[in-house]
Design a protein around this ligand. Structure first.
Ligand code: ATP
Length: 363
């Protein structure tokens, strides 16, 4: 396997910057997920690494070779696509063998590689079937097998699970993770599903508008998002973002809402807001860090319940706080009704603060 280094990569289509100055390194054996909303440039980035489209500028290094001008077949990569791209009239065995036959690999070697890959992916019993005689999950395993037999230095996967139903997607998620661990494979994996990225990847590259926003472990991206985009994209339900203004309460730094209530701040948060570029800041809080009260407690602020969604284990509540919708999770036995006036308390230790002008996290 090999490392991949992307350096100041650009891809423009006329005035559109599909990939805008992206730099990142994927270590040997690492699983990196490229995530972001539709049109953020993740597929383009993967296709540039694969060599399927030419770069506008920058460098792509696979192993120790600059591959900018190499054909896809000379890059030692294997791609797995969303639509599997299997040959419908060939058996599974022939689907796996075909890329090796094209490369003139001796027959005995092909046989060994096909059987080894089939064993790893648990599809030995399916080798004589044709793709239409397989389930979606089995077809996906064959597509992985076809990548595996090539002994690539890097696996590039573009939304490989998006054609599967929800249950199978969760199962294949675990299988691809296992595949990565067993082989020590270097994998770049495109998905729009942040949960898939969080559960599978060693690192996540969060993109928006062609620009790499944050490149870190899922835990770090979740705990310390660098800006409001990452904060609201990663995590479900989304982090709540409440626009407020810097104020003082009894001479100490605080935050004031347009409605007039004032929230005192811990010393650490008071320190953070000194770095804001204007008096406008945005308070960010994940659902599990907000407490809901029937009456006012010290440090709580008023809220009006909007929706109540019981899910069994937990009930999700959306409430208006200072004009913003805030997501809160409560135990299922708490009775709350839409339009009820309540109070919410933010956990000061786990609260995020952002500069409203630059949208960058205040630290
Ligand atoms: P999705 O999740 O919808 O596949 P994505 O994050 O993979 O989205 P890309 O397909 O990489 O996004 O596209 C990034 C941007 O580049 C988009 O604005 C897209 O419209 C534009 N783009 C991609 N390919 C071309 C092309 N061949 N010509 C012009 N613009 C393109």
């Amino acid at each position: 396997m090999a490392q991949v280094i992307i350096n100041e990569l650009m891809k423009t289509y006329g005035t559109i910057k599909a990939v805008d100055n992206v730099s990142l390194s994927v270590n040997d054996g690492e699983f990196v997920a490229l995530v972001g909303p539709s049109g953020c440039g993740k597929t383009t980035t993967l296709n540039l690494v694969a060599g399927l489209i030419p770069i506008s500028s920058g460098d792509i290094i696979i192993g120790d070779r600059v591959v900018n001008d190499l054909d896809p077949k000379d890059r030692d990569i294997a791609m797995v696509f969303q639509n599997y791209a299997l040959y419908p009239n060939k058996s599974v065995y022939k689907n796996l063998a075909f890329p090796l036959q094209m490369r003139k690999v001796p027959k005995e070697q092909i046989d060994k590689k096909v059987k080894d890959a089939a064993r790893v992916l648990d599809i030995t019993h399916l080798l004589e079937r044709r793709p239409r005689e397989l389930s979606g999950g089995q077809q996906q395993r064959v597509a992985l097998g076809r990548a595996l037999v090539r002994d690539p230095r890097v696996f590039l996967m573009d939304e490989p699970l998006s054609n599967l139903d929800a249950k199978l997607r969760v199962q294949m998620r675990s299988e691809i993770k296992r595949f990565h661990q067993d082989l020590g494979a270097t994998i770049m994996y495109v998905t729009h599903d942040q949960l898939e990225a969080v559960t599978m990847a060693d690192k996540m590259a969060v993109m928006n508008g062609g620009i790499l926003q944050q490149y870190d472990s899922p835990a770090e991206v979740f705990a310390n998002p660098v800006n409001m985009f990452v904060a609201s994209f990663i995590g479900s339900p989304a982090m709540s973002l409440v626009p407020l203004e810097i104020a003082t309460l009894d001479g100490a730094p605080a935050l004031r809402s347009a409605e007039g209530w004032v929230l005192p701040l811990s010393a650490k948060n008071a320190q953070k807001i000194t770095k804001a570029s204007s008096p406008k800041v945005v308070l960010g809080a994940r659902h599990s860090t907000i407490r809901l009260h029937k009456s006012s407690v010290p440090g709580s602020v008023p809220a009006r319940v909007y929706t109540v969604e019981p899910t069994g284990d937990v009930t999700f509540i959306q409430a208006f706080v200072a004009g913003a919708i805030v997501n809160i999770s409560v135990p299922p036995d708490i009775s709350v009704a839409p339009d009820e006036s309540m109070w919410v308390e933010f956990d000061q230790e786990r609260m995020h603060l952002f500069d409203a002008e630059t949208e960058i996290a205040l630290r």
